[in-house]
Design a protein around this ligand. Structure first.
Ligand code: SIN
Ligand code: CO
Length: 390
């Protein structure tokens, strides 16, 4: 696999158009872009990251080693301020997940730069803080990731060989054995490294540094099957395999190719081109990997009056949302619930930014109803006053 290196250009943070990126790189090969997001340092600093890592709903990890060749150790957070003030080991990294959910107003603009990707594919924005030498080891991830240097310098080493390395069994850090760096580069603030799933990589802080990782994890087909299977199992009477085309057999004990094809087709048939499938899939995807912090807190405000008074609203950032078109309407799934919507309100609710009167002037009666329903289910909340949620 060859490595491609580009420079960002005005209006093209990836150095090429989204269409060219998707065609040539997405899920295919890594890409380095110099100068992609030069102003990330303003979005989060060490105190904000540490404070976030000590919130009770935080997903955070500390990875450290006591000497350059020592064994990597891992501890899960959240961490108390005291623990963060006395980190273990000499070379350590603090990794904090879900920054875009903890601080939606800070990261909305960054996420909108990735608006060419389906939003439901974006898992989270993780930010790591490392002291010089800090590293989480040579490892392999199962998801696409955009790694952007925020502050300081980090050296990245990639093993671009299709084989010669292997995932260590039972490694929580997904460490690989036999890693050989076939490419390396030092990323400066603003530089971006895109990695498709399955490329072994090793990042080593060359100074005190903050690294942003926008991760796009895809659901495992087994999980999708499980979610759909539940819905099939609930059918009463159950959907049965039917075989009106069955031909006479010479060997009654034989399972034939045509039997396999009939079963595969029967499993897929109820999923094709019908609203029920869209509903099941959207409801699954919108609640997939939901976090406990998404537990609904019932809103005590009227969203319609709030909009009219000039306040901005936003989706509870811990809830994932997506919408789809049906013949006669638009449906919106949020956190596993499905609602009827208008196209503009569905996109505003599913968006990374909040919205106000400017984006939703004169809501229609059905939009007012939906706004109130969403607030009643704690899907909508008031955006913090005066914040730059645009
Ligand atoms: C890091 O930020 O230190 C590690 C991110 C990664 O390799 O996935
Ligand atoms: Co990684």
């Amino acid at each position: 696999m060859a490595m491609v290196e580009l420079s960002a250009r005005p209006g093209k943070p990836l150095g090429l158009t989204p269409a060219a990126f998707m065609r040539d790189f997405w899920q295919k090969k890594p890409l380095l872009v110099r100068g992609a997001f030069p102003r990330l340092a303003a979005l989060v600093d060490r105190p904000v990251l540490f404070a976030t890592a000590s919130r009770k709903e935080a997903t955070a990890r500390m990875v450290w080693r006591n000497s350059p060749r020592g064994r990597l150790r891992l501890r899960h957070g959240p961490f108390t301020r005291g623990e963060l003030a006395r980190p273990p080991g000499t070379q350590w990294t603090l990794l904090v997940n879900d920054l875009e959910k903890h601080h939606p107003e800070r990261f909305a603009e960054l996420l909108s730069a990735f608006g060419f990707l389906p939003r439901w594919r974006i898992d989270d924005l993780m930010v790591s803080y490392a002291v010089p030498g800090g590293s989480v080891g040579a490892h392999v991830d199962q998801y696409d990731v955009f790694l952007v240097q925020g502050i300081g310098r980090r050296e990245w080493r990639l093993d671009l060989r299709p084989e010669g390395w292997r995932l260590r069994p039972h490694s929580e850090l997904r460490l690989v054995s036999g890693f050989r760096a076939t490419w390396r580069a030092v990323l400066e603030p603003g530089d971006l490294l895109y990695l498709p799933p399955g490329v072994p990589h090793h990042g080593i802080a060359r100074s005190e540094c903050l690294t942003f990782s926008l991760g796009m994890r895809a659901p495992a087909l087994g999980e999708l099957f499980g979610a759909l299977a539940d819905a099939f199992l609930e059918r009463d009477p159950p959907l049965l395999l039917s075989d009106p085309d069955l031909a006479p057999r010479r060997h009654a004990g034989e399972l034939r190719e045509e039997d396999l094809e009939r079963v595969a087709a029967a499993l897929c048939a109820p999923l094709r081109g019908n609203d029920h499938f869209a509903e099941l899939l959207a409801s699954f995807l919108s609640s997939w990997r939901g976090k406990p912090a998404a537990a609904p807190r019932r809103a005590r405000f009227d969203p319609v009056a709030a909009l009219a008074a000039g306040q901005r609203l936003r989706r509870n950032p811990w809830l994932r949302a997506l919408w789809w078109r049906r013949a006669d309407a638009v449906r919106l799934a949020v956190g596993g619930r499905v609602f009827s919507a208008t196209p503009r309100l569905a996109e505003l609710v599913a968006g990374a930014s909040g919205f106000g009167r400017d984006e939703l002037p004169d809501p229609l009666p059905e939009e007012r109803r939906l706004l109130r329903e969403l607030a009643a289910h704690a899907v909508l909340e008031l955006a913090p006053n005066g914040s730059a949620v645009r």
